[in-house]
Write a protein that binds this ligand. Structure first.
Ligand SMILES: Cc1cc2nc3c(=O)[nH]c(=O)nc-3n(C[C@H](O)[C@H](O)[C@H](O)COP(=O)(O)O)c2cc1C
Ligand SMILES: Nc1ncnc2c1ncn2[C@@H]1O[C@H](COP(=O)(O)OP(=O)(O)O)[C@@H](O)[C@H]1O
Length: 315
């Protein structure tokens, strides 16, 4: 998959010679959840039917973070992870449009004429709630009108699961409430985070449970503080394990930001500096303050047993 950054204004004509006619799925796609997968899947099937290439147009930074509508900048799928999912779905090109002041000022009409049309798109696929152009005034209906028949527009209806609309907001809330089951169901896969293993207090090994402390690559939506059964990919191998997300109240570290630490089963290698991807499979319990180290270690042993049990039920 080609990743093509676009900052407006830019000479898109040159780019077009390189990519040719294409079907473009457009949106933020934070989470690449089941609803997003439907939109992208539609672009892939339309492209196949028409014998064209399939592309995605997405934005960075997240428009809501830039426009200050939301306090969070944390994402379910920061850019690197999002690109990995797009690639695995079979997309040919992804345009990452810089969402800055000059792009924000484009009217819906200008966005269509100066960005989409100049890219030579054949069809645009978007979700029912896609907005674009100055103050987000453009809607799927106005996209149809403004295309003036130069490209076709396919609008994908809201995706529901068990009567509930699948949305990034709902998934964020579920993660923050410790409702991992809902998050996993709506994402269509486990929530995953990636980071580099960094030094901690070297306490884990003295407790009998060394934990790889992850410094996350980018800014992820933090799930509720607590203990999770996980699957971790290290050096291309998948290991089962148990992860604590939190501030370790037992040790009164004074930290406010949660740390992400995974103890992997049947693993004893030194992996400082390596990248690890952790999939959260089941939420086991909230984080607690223990009155003694023995109590903490006894609980971690129980957590490990419970995690092994939960993971053994996984396909
Ligand atoms: C499965 C598991 C559960 C944990 N639960 C808690 C907890 O409830 N409260 C707490 O203060 N620390 C908890 N911890 C964190 C340990 O305190 C932490 O792993 C230890 O301090 C090692 O830190 P270090 O990696 O910086 O050496 C847990 C760790 C693991 C692996
Ligand atoms: N089973 C394991 N799970 C996680 N990390 C392990 C394991 N075995 C060895 N390690 C290594 O030990 C380190 C964790 O040991 P720990 O005493 O908790 O130190 P730190 O406080 O620096 O995290 C990890 O970063 C990793 O390099």
């Amino acid at each position: 998959m080609h990743i093509l950054p676009i900052s407006y204004p830019m000479d898109l004509d040159k780019l077009v010679q390189f990519v040719g006619k294409q079907v473009v799925a457009i949106g933020d796609f934070d989470g690449v959840h089941l609803g997003h997968q439907e939109v992208i899947g539609r672009a892939l099937s339309t492209a196949k039917r028409l014998g064209l290439e399939a592309a995605i147009m997405t934005f960075s930074p997240h428009p809501r973070a830039v426009m200050g509508q939301d306090k969070y900048v944390e994402l379910l799928t920061p850019t690197k992870k999002k690109m990995a999912f797009f690639e695995s779905m079979g997309v040919n090109h992804t345009y990452i449009v810089t969402f800055d002041a000059s792009l924000m000022r484009l009217s819906p009409e200008q966005f269509v004429d100066q960005v989409l049309d100049r890219l030579g798109v054949d069809s645009v696929i978007c979700g029912f709630d896609f907005t674009f152009g100055f103050q987000g005034k453009g809607t799927p209906d106005s996209l149809c009108e403004l295309s003036h028949g130069k490209f076709s527009v396919e609008v994908v209806r809201p995706f529901h699961m068990n009567g509930e609309k699948v949305s990034s907001t709902r998934i964020r809330e579920a993660l923050q409430d410790g409702d991992l089951e809902t998050a996993t169901r709506l994402l269509g896969r486990p929530y995953s985070i990636s980071g580099i293993v960094v030094d901690g207090a070297k306490r884990g090994r003295t407790l009998g449970f060394p934990t790889a402390n992850l410094q996350l690559d980018e800014s992820y939506v933090p799930p509720m503080n607590g203990v999770y059964a996980v699957k971790a990919t290290v050096r291309g191998e998948v290991y089962q394990g148990v992860m604590n997300i939190g501030i370790k109240p037992t040790f009164e570290t004074g930290e406010l930001k949660p740390s992400f630490e995974a103890h992997l089963f049947e693993f004893s290698e030194q992996i400082y500096g390596e990248t690890v991807t952790v999939e959260l499979i089941a939420f086991l319990r909230p984080e607690r303050k223990f009155s003694s180290l023995d109590d903490l270690v006894a609980q971690i042993k129980l957590d490990a047993e419970e995690a092994k049990h939960k993971l053994s039920l996984e396909p």
